[in-house]
Each structure stands twice: as structure tokens, then as C-alpha cells.
Design a protein around this ligand. Structure first.
Ligand code: ATP
Ligand code: MG
Length: 153
């Protein structure tokens, strides 16, 4: 890990910008809002970009054409939360913690079709734990999923 003092708001904005191109291919609308301009945290920017990249590509991959994906940053005292809310297929309640296990995929047949390995969120969780951060999921099957990343000073 190569830790640096980074403006998280800018890093997230850049990751979103990179993924907007992929969202456009499915005519999805990916928006970004932040209630703060700056939040400096000591992180490994490449690793956190990797986390964001997986979460943003999951939102695209598991949402239909023309879905909207909203990325938000909000401040809660010493902590900042980055949320990625999609309007995709959702995740059943019983799988919400298991998706962070290695190779765990909700629908095996469908996942095979979609490609990938089922490692993305397991790696994301390890990286967040190295940053004393947290990652969790909220979802309503058929309506959408929100992945939340929390960073604290
Ligand atoms: P990889 O990230 O290795 O390319 P993957 O995307 O299938 O493969 P993860 O990112 O670890 O693997 O996600 C694990 C599983 O969680 C997925 O296979 C999918 O079933 C479910 N999942 C993750 N994100 C979402 C989402 N936004 N909406 C619905 N299901 C999701
Ligand atoms: Mg993934």
C-alpha cells in the first residue's frame, strides 16, 4: 500500500467520469453529487480507485439499459460516505453479506453469462479494511442496490 493524503471527493469524481463512458454504452445515466468540496484522507489512491471501479462497474453490469446510477458523497462528523445507488436487479436479503465473500455470486448461471470472477467485492472489502474503512450493501430486489463506502479520519 502506497498511502498518500488525497482529496477523496476529487478521486471519486474522476472514477465516476471514467465510468460514465461505459454507462453510456447501455444508455444509463450516471450522476455525481457531493455535499462537500474536499475531504482529505490518507489512502492508497490506486487501491481506492480499484474499489470504486468494481462498485461502479457492478452498478452498470447489474442494471438494465437506461437505468440511473447515482453516486453521492456525504459527511457525517469525522467520516465521509460514498454511496453508489443503482436501479438494477437488486440482491436478496440473504445474500447481502455473502457478496463480499470470494467467488460468491448471487445467480451463478447469470453471472457466468456476464463474465467476471466474483472476486471484485471481496478484494474491495479487504482494501477498505486496510484503510480502517467499511463497505456494505443495501438492496431491494427488483428495485436496486446501494453500496456504501465509509472513510473516517
Ligand atoms: P468481478 O467483480 O470479479 O468481475 P462480479 O462482479 O460477479 O465479478 P463481485 O463484484 O464480487 O463479482 O460481486 C459479487 C456478486 O454480487 C455478483 O456476482 C452479483 O451477483 C452481486 N452484485 C454485486 N453488485 C451488484 C449490484 N450492484 N446489483 C446486483 N447484484 C450485484
Ligand atoms: Mg464486480
Amino acid at each position: 500500500f502506497n498511502m498518500k493524503l488525497i482529496n477523496l471527493v476529487q478521486l471519486v469524481a474522476e472514477s465516476v467520469e471514467q465510468h460514465q463512458i461505459h454507462a453510456l454504452k447501455k444508455r444509463q445515466r450516471m450522476t455525481f453529487h457531493s455535499s462537500i468540496e474536499k475531504f482529505f484522507v490518507t489512502i492508497d489512491p490506486n487501491r481506492i480507485h480499484q474499489v470504486l471501479s468494481n462498485v461502479l462497474s457492478n452498478a452498470i453490469k447489474y442494471s438494465p439499459e437506461e437505468a440511473s446510477i447515482d453516486v453521492n458523497i456525504s459527511q457525517e462528523e469525522e467520516c465521509t460516505r460514498v454511496s453508489v445507488a443503482d436501479t438494477g436487479i437488486g440482491i436478496p436479503q440473504k445474500d447481502l453479506t455473502r457478496i463480499f465473500e470470494r467467488f460468491y455470486r448471487v445467480d451463478k448461471a447469470r453471472s457466468r453469462e456476464m463474465g467476471g470472477t466474483g472476486l471484485g467485492l471481496a478484494i474491495a472489502k479487504e482494501i477498505m479494511e486496510h484503510h480502517k474503512g467499511k463497505i456494505w450493501a443495501q438492496s431491494e430486489p427488483g428495485k436496486g442496490t446501494t453500496i456504501i463506502l465509509e472513510f473516517c479520519k
